[in-house]
Structures are given as C-alpha cells and as structure tokens.
Design a protein around this ligand. Structure first.
Ligand code: BG6
Ligand code: MG
Length: 216
C-alpha cells in the first residue's frame, strides 16, 4: 500500500532549468565559450559542483579546486537573482491539485531534491507547508543516482521504501529511486525516462488514483 509520495523539485514542481541555464551560460561567456540549451540537458538532476565539471569539460577548461569553488559560488549568485523573482504562478500545471488530492487521502508528502536552494524556491512558490519532510542538497552527502536523498525521506516519514512513490524528471533521479527500492514516476518523455515504472508529461489530468491503478 502506498503511504507517501516523494517529489523532486527542479523539473517536477517548477521549471528552474531555464534559470540554471542562464546562470551557467553567463559563466561560460566569462570564460569565452558558448553553452547551449542542449548542453544544459546534461546538467538536469546533477549536483552544482558536478554541473560545473561538465560545463568546464564542454568548454575544455581546466581550473584548480579553489577557483572552481569561486565559480560555483558566482554561478549561484546569478541563479539566486532569478529565483528570488519567482512567484507561485510558476508552479507547474496540476501540481497543486495533485498535492491537495494527496492531503485529502492522508498520503504523506516529502521533497527529495539535490538543490541547496530548495528552501528558497519552496518559499518563493509558497509551497513549503505541503511538505512534511524536506530533504535537500544541504542534507545529503551522496548525489543521485545514489538513493540517499530518497531513503532519508522515507526514514523521516517513517515509511518503508516500497510504500512510496518518487516523482522525478532526471535519469539520475529515476536510477536513485530504483537503487533505493522505491517505485518511480518519470515526469517528461518516455524516451529519456524509460526506466521509470510509469512516465507522464506532467501533473495535468493526472490523479493519484490513476497512478496507483497504473502502477498496480
Ligand atoms: C537539481 C537540478 O535539482 O539541483 C540541477 O536539476 C542542479 O540542475 C542541482 O544543478 C543543484 O542545485 P543547486 O540549486 O544546489 O545549485
Ligand atoms: Mg529534477
């Protein structure tokens, strides 16, 4: 029986990829190379430092650790400028209805995100109160596809992994759910998220009831 749902944040509840993209692009420009939208796809679900490594690999730049930390901090400053302007209008379609359906059915709700900015984003979107447990990038030491983020959420919710469903838009996140023994719904296209137990474009016209039927 499903007792809880764990949501990734970026790409599931809100489209922050466009802001990450703008901030990384600015950084790449400062280093004299171009960073494309296609390149940005590689950063979905990937931690901030790993994202920087991928970016530098694309630009063929080699930096020492200290400089890398400074660059990551600068990128985050730019990113924060964008996310501090976000409003609840940016919550993806169907998300609120879905969360309210879960509440009405006494299904527990948690966040499982790699982002260290998750609290800021949830505050901007006025969504924090929906989440009983919030595990974000400040609380984990191992990045997805390691299941740590989701398993910590199940522990804090006091449920077993097999009693949960994870909602994820990134391949690394789907693998993290699988590695933790948690069922997983992919948010996006089946092309990239084929490993998920079920894939949907988003939460519009999707109910918890329907998902349970499809997963059974
Ligand atoms: C993930 C995003 O949720 O969080 C990644 O999909 C991002 O693109 C990662 O790099 C870390 O985010 P932040 O906010 O801590 O830089
Ligand atoms: Mg995501």
């Amino acid at each position: 029986m499903i007792k809880a749902c764990i949501f990734d944040l970026d790409g599931v509840i809100v489209d922050t990829a466009k802001y990450h993209y703008l901030a990384w692009k600015e950084l790449a420009k400062g280093l004299n190379f171009n960073f494309t939208k296609k390149d940005n796809e590689r950063l979905k679900g990937v931690s901030r430092m790993r994202s920087l490594d991928i970016l530098l690999e694309i630009g063929k730049k080699d930096l020492d650790e200290e400089t890398k930390l400074k660059f990551a901090e600068n990128k985050n400053k730019k990113y924060l400028e964008y996310i501090l302007k976000m409003t609840p209008d940016e919550i993806l379609p169907g998300v609120i209805d879905f969360l309210e359906e879960l509440q009405s059915k006494n299904i527990k709700i948690a966040l499982g995100s790699a982002s260290k900015n998750a609290m800021t984003i949830l505050n901007q979107l006025k969504l924090k109160d929906y989440f009983e447990v919030i595990i974000d990038g400040t609380k984990v030491s191992k990045a997805k596809p390691d299941p740590e983020v989701f398993l910590k959420a199940t522990q804090e919710l006091n449920v077993k992994p097999e009693e949960c469903i994870v909602f994820e838009d990134a391949e690394a996140g789907i693998e993290a759910a699988i590695n933790g023994g948690v069922k997983c719904v992919g948010i996006g296209s089946p092309e990239n998220l084929g490993k998920a137990n079920y894939v949907t474009e988003g939460f519009e016209n999707v109910s918890f009831k329907k998902i349970i039927e499809l997963l059974n």
